[in-house]
Design a protein around this ligand. Structure first.
Ligand SMILES: [Fe+2]
Length: 232
Protein backbone atom coordinates (compact mmCIF):
# COMPACT_ATOMS: atom_id res chain seq x y z
CA UNK A 1 0.00 0.00 0.00
CA UNK A 2 1.15 3.53 -0.63
CA UNK A 3 -0.08 7.09 -0.70
CA UNK A 4 0.17 9.99 -3.07
CA UNK A 5 2.60 12.69 -1.91
CA UNK A 6 0.98 15.50 0.04
CA UNK A 7 3.73 18.15 0.09
CA UNK A 8 2.00 20.45 -2.37
CA UNK A 9 -1.16 20.49 -0.26
CA UNK A 10 0.21 23.69 1.26
CA UNK A 11 -0.86 25.49 -1.94
CA UNK A 12 -4.47 24.51 -1.38
CA UNK A 13 -7.03 26.62 0.47
CA UNK A 14 -7.38 26.09 4.20
CA UNK A 15 -10.45 24.10 5.22
CA UNK A 16 -11.38 26.90 7.58
CA UNK A 17 -11.53 30.28 5.84
CA UNK A 18 -13.83 32.33 8.09
CA UNK A 19 -14.51 35.01 5.44
CA UNK A 20 -15.93 32.18 3.32
CA UNK A 21 -18.82 31.57 5.67
CA UNK A 22 -19.93 28.07 4.76
CA UNK A 23 -16.40 26.83 5.51
CA UNK A 24 -16.94 27.62 9.20
CA UNK A 25 -19.56 24.91 9.63
CA UNK A 26 -18.01 22.28 7.41
CA UNK A 27 -14.35 22.61 8.33
CA UNK A 28 -13.14 19.72 10.50
CA UNK A 29 -12.79 20.77 14.14
CA UNK A 30 -10.32 18.00 14.94
CA UNK A 31 -7.00 17.04 13.37
CA UNK A 32 -7.34 14.92 10.24
CA UNK A 33 -6.39 11.26 10.40
CA UNK A 34 -4.21 10.21 7.45
CA UNK A 35 -5.57 7.09 5.77
CA UNK A 36 -3.48 4.82 3.62
CA UNK A 37 -4.98 4.14 0.21
CA UNK A 38 -5.77 0.57 -0.65
CA UNK A 39 -4.34 -1.05 -3.75
CA UNK A 40 -7.78 -1.17 -5.35
CA UNK A 41 -8.28 2.55 -4.68
CA UNK A 42 -5.06 3.31 -6.50
CA UNK A 43 -5.42 0.89 -9.38
CA UNK A 44 -9.17 0.34 -9.75
CA UNK A 45 -11.22 1.49 -12.73
CA UNK A 46 -12.24 5.12 -13.01
CA UNK A 47 -15.68 6.27 -14.00
CA UNK A 48 -16.24 8.17 -17.18
CA UNK A 49 -13.17 8.04 -19.41
CA UNK A 50 -14.56 5.49 -21.82
CA UNK A 51 -17.76 7.44 -22.38
CA UNK A 52 -16.23 10.75 -23.53
CA UNK A 53 -17.31 11.47 -27.10
CA UNK A 54 -15.95 14.01 -29.52
CA UNK A 55 -18.11 17.08 -29.16
CA UNK A 56 -18.56 16.69 -25.40
CA UNK A 57 -16.00 19.49 -25.06
CA UNK A 58 -18.15 22.01 -26.99
CA UNK A 59 -20.72 23.61 -24.68
CA UNK A 60 -22.07 25.79 -27.51
CA UNK A 61 -23.54 22.95 -29.59
CA UNK A 62 -25.57 21.00 -27.05
CA UNK A 63 -28.95 22.46 -28.04
CA UNK A 64 -30.91 23.50 -31.12
CA UNK A 65 -29.64 27.07 -31.12
CA UNK A 66 -26.45 28.80 -30.12
CA UNK A 67 -26.15 30.10 -26.58
CA UNK A 68 -26.00 33.84 -26.00
CA UNK A 69 -22.79 35.43 -24.81
CA UNK A 70 -19.14 35.67 -25.71
CA UNK A 71 -17.85 32.45 -27.30
CA UNK A 72 -14.42 31.45 -25.92
CA UNK A 73 -11.87 28.69 -26.29
CA UNK A 74 -10.35 27.38 -23.06
CA UNK A 75 -7.41 25.06 -23.48
CA UNK A 76 -4.21 23.92 -21.84
CA UNK A 77 -2.29 20.97 -20.56
CA UNK A 78 -2.71 18.78 -17.53
CA UNK A 79 0.85 18.58 -16.17
CA UNK A 80 2.69 16.69 -13.48
CA UNK A 81 5.20 18.24 -11.07
CA UNK A 82 7.98 17.96 -13.65
CA UNK A 83 6.02 19.70 -16.39
CA UNK A 84 5.22 16.50 -18.28
CA UNK A 85 1.79 16.17 -19.85
CA UNK A 86 -0.62 13.81 -18.10
CA UNK A 87 -2.44 11.82 -20.81
CA UNK A 88 -5.95 10.32 -20.66
CA UNK A 89 -7.12 12.59 -17.88
CA UNK A 90 -10.86 13.13 -17.61
CA UNK A 91 -11.38 16.90 -17.43
CA UNK A 92 -14.93 18.00 -16.56
CA UNK A 93 -16.19 21.58 -16.34
CA UNK A 94 -19.34 23.29 -15.13
CA UNK A 95 -20.19 26.97 -15.14
CA UNK A 96 -22.83 29.70 -15.10
CA UNK A 97 -24.17 31.13 -18.37
CA UNK A 98 -23.23 34.53 -19.80
CA UNK A 99 -25.64 36.20 -17.37
CA UNK A 100 -24.12 34.49 -14.34
CA UNK A 101 -27.01 32.05 -13.86
CA UNK A 102 -26.74 28.30 -13.21
CA UNK A 103 -29.39 25.74 -14.07
CA UNK A 104 -29.78 24.79 -10.42
CA UNK A 105 -32.72 24.92 -8.05
CA UNK A 106 -30.68 26.92 -5.52
CA UNK A 107 -29.85 29.63 -8.08
CA UNK A 108 -32.95 31.82 -8.29
CA UNK A 109 -31.34 35.24 -8.65
CA UNK A 110 -32.96 37.51 -11.25
CA UNK A 111 -30.83 36.74 -14.30
CA UNK A 112 -32.16 34.77 -17.28
CA UNK A 113 -31.52 31.11 -18.02
CA UNK A 114 -30.43 30.35 -21.57
CA UNK A 115 -32.41 27.50 -23.20
CA UNK A 116 -29.37 26.84 -25.40
CA UNK A 117 -26.84 26.54 -22.62
CA UNK A 118 -26.53 23.82 -19.98
CA UNK A 119 -23.09 24.76 -18.72
CA UNK A 120 -21.39 21.35 -18.42
CA UNK A 121 -18.85 19.60 -20.60
CA UNK A 122 -15.99 17.14 -20.52
CA UNK A 123 -12.87 16.21 -22.40
CA UNK A 124 -10.05 13.72 -22.19
CA UNK A 125 -6.47 14.93 -22.35
CA UNK A 126 -4.53 13.55 -25.31
CA UNK A 127 -1.15 11.82 -25.31
CA UNK A 128 0.57 15.12 -24.45
CA UNK A 129 -1.88 16.08 -21.69
CA UNK A 130 -3.61 18.65 -23.91
CA UNK A 131 -7.33 19.44 -23.54
CA UNK A 132 -9.64 21.98 -25.16
CA UNK A 133 -13.14 23.35 -24.58
CA UNK A 134 -15.35 25.72 -26.53
CA UNK A 135 -17.82 27.53 -24.31
CA UNK A 136 -19.36 30.88 -23.38
CA UNK A 137 -17.65 33.30 -21.03
CA UNK A 138 -19.53 32.98 -17.74
CA UNK A 139 -20.89 36.05 -15.99
CA UNK A 140 -20.18 37.12 -12.42
CA UNK A 141 -22.98 36.19 -10.01
CA UNK A 142 -24.16 37.28 -6.57
CA UNK A 143 -23.99 34.89 -3.64
CA UNK A 144 -25.17 35.23 -0.09
CA UNK A 145 -21.83 35.12 1.71
CA UNK A 146 -21.87 38.76 2.81
CA UNK A 147 -23.38 42.08 1.79
CA UNK A 148 -22.96 42.72 -1.96
CA UNK A 149 -20.97 39.52 -2.49
CA UNK A 150 -20.23 38.65 -6.14
CA UNK A 151 -18.16 35.76 -7.44
CA UNK A 152 -15.57 36.67 -10.09
CA UNK A 153 -16.36 34.94 -13.39
CA UNK A 154 -15.07 31.38 -13.15
CA UNK A 155 -15.28 27.89 -14.59
CA UNK A 156 -15.29 24.90 -12.23
CA UNK A 157 -12.84 22.13 -13.19
CA UNK A 158 -12.73 18.51 -12.05
CA UNK A 159 -9.72 16.44 -13.04
CA UNK A 160 -9.81 12.66 -12.72
CA UNK A 161 -6.51 10.83 -12.85
CA UNK A 162 -6.04 7.12 -13.11
CA UNK A 163 -7.93 6.15 -9.99
CA UNK A 164 -10.94 7.16 -7.92
CA UNK A 165 -8.79 8.80 -5.27
CA UNK A 166 -7.08 11.03 -7.79
CA UNK A 167 -9.95 13.43 -8.41
CA UNK A 168 -9.10 17.09 -7.89
CA UNK A 169 -11.41 20.09 -8.17
CA UNK A 170 -10.54 23.72 -8.78
CA UNK A 171 -11.83 26.91 -10.37
CA UNK A 172 -10.42 28.79 -13.34
CA UNK A 173 -10.63 32.59 -13.34
CA UNK A 174 -10.17 35.22 -16.05
CA UNK A 175 -7.27 37.68 -16.03
CA UNK A 176 -7.79 41.16 -14.62
CA UNK A 177 -11.11 40.54 -12.89
CA UNK A 178 -11.90 43.47 -10.54
CA UNK A 179 -13.69 41.10 -8.14
CA UNK A 180 -10.57 39.13 -7.12
CA UNK A 181 -9.81 41.37 -4.14
CA UNK A 182 -13.31 40.94 -2.72
CA UNK A 183 -13.85 37.19 -3.18
CA UNK A 184 -13.32 35.04 -0.07
CA UNK A 185 -13.15 31.83 -2.12
CA UNK A 186 -10.36 33.14 -4.37
CA UNK A 187 -8.59 34.52 -1.31
CA UNK A 188 -8.93 31.31 0.70
CA UNK A 189 -5.73 30.24 -1.09
CA UNK A 190 -3.20 31.83 1.26
CA UNK A 191 -0.21 32.22 -1.07
CA UNK A 192 -0.58 34.96 -3.69
CA UNK A 193 1.51 33.20 -6.34
CA UNK A 194 -0.52 30.03 -5.89
CA UNK A 195 -3.73 32.07 -6.08
CA UNK A 196 -2.79 33.46 -9.47
CA UNK A 197 -2.12 29.95 -10.79
CA UNK A 198 -5.93 29.65 -10.83
CA UNK A 199 -6.14 32.60 -13.25
CA UNK A 200 -6.02 31.72 -16.94
CA UNK A 201 -3.82 33.62 -19.42
CA UNK A 202 -5.33 35.47 -22.33
CA UNK A 203 -4.02 33.63 -25.40
CA UNK A 204 -4.00 35.92 -28.43
CA UNK A 205 -1.99 33.46 -30.49
CA UNK A 206 -4.75 30.87 -30.35
CA UNK A 207 -7.64 33.34 -30.50
CA UNK A 208 -9.63 32.53 -33.65
CA UNK A 209 -10.18 35.60 -35.84
CA UNK A 210 -13.86 36.49 -36.30
CA UNK A 211 -14.86 33.65 -33.99
CA UNK A 212 -13.60 33.37 -30.38
CA UNK A 213 -11.11 34.71 -27.85
CA UNK A 214 -8.86 32.09 -26.30
CA UNK A 215 -7.68 31.52 -22.73
CA UNK A 216 -4.93 29.14 -21.63
CA UNK A 217 -5.24 27.26 -18.37
CA UNK A 218 -2.54 24.73 -17.51
CA UNK A 219 -3.41 22.52 -14.57
CA UNK A 220 -0.43 21.34 -12.53
CA UNK A 221 -1.36 18.34 -10.42
CA UNK A 222 1.25 18.72 -7.69
CA UNK A 223 4.68 20.06 -6.83
CA UNK A 224 5.82 23.63 -6.26
CA UNK A 225 3.76 24.91 -9.21
CA UNK A 226 0.62 22.99 -8.25
CA UNK A 227 -2.73 24.53 -9.13
CA UNK A 228 -4.60 25.10 -5.85
CA UNK A 229 -7.43 22.56 -5.50
CA UNK A 230 -10.51 22.53 -3.33
CA UNK A 231 -9.69 20.33 -0.38
CA UNK A 232 -13.08 20.26 1.31
FE1 LIG B 1 -19.58 28.75 -9.46
Amino acid sequence: MSSYPTDSNRAHPLSLSPDYKSSVLRAPSRPLIPMRHTLSELTGPVYGHETVRSGDNDLTTQHKGEPLGERIIVHGHVLDEDGRGVPNTLVEIWQANACGRYIHVRDQHPAPLDPNFTGAGRAQSDATGYYEFVTIKPGAYPWGNHHNAWRPAHIHFSVFGHSFVSRLVTQMYFPGDPLFAFDPIFNSVPDEKARYRMVSDFDLENTQPEWALCYRFDIVMRGKNATPMETK
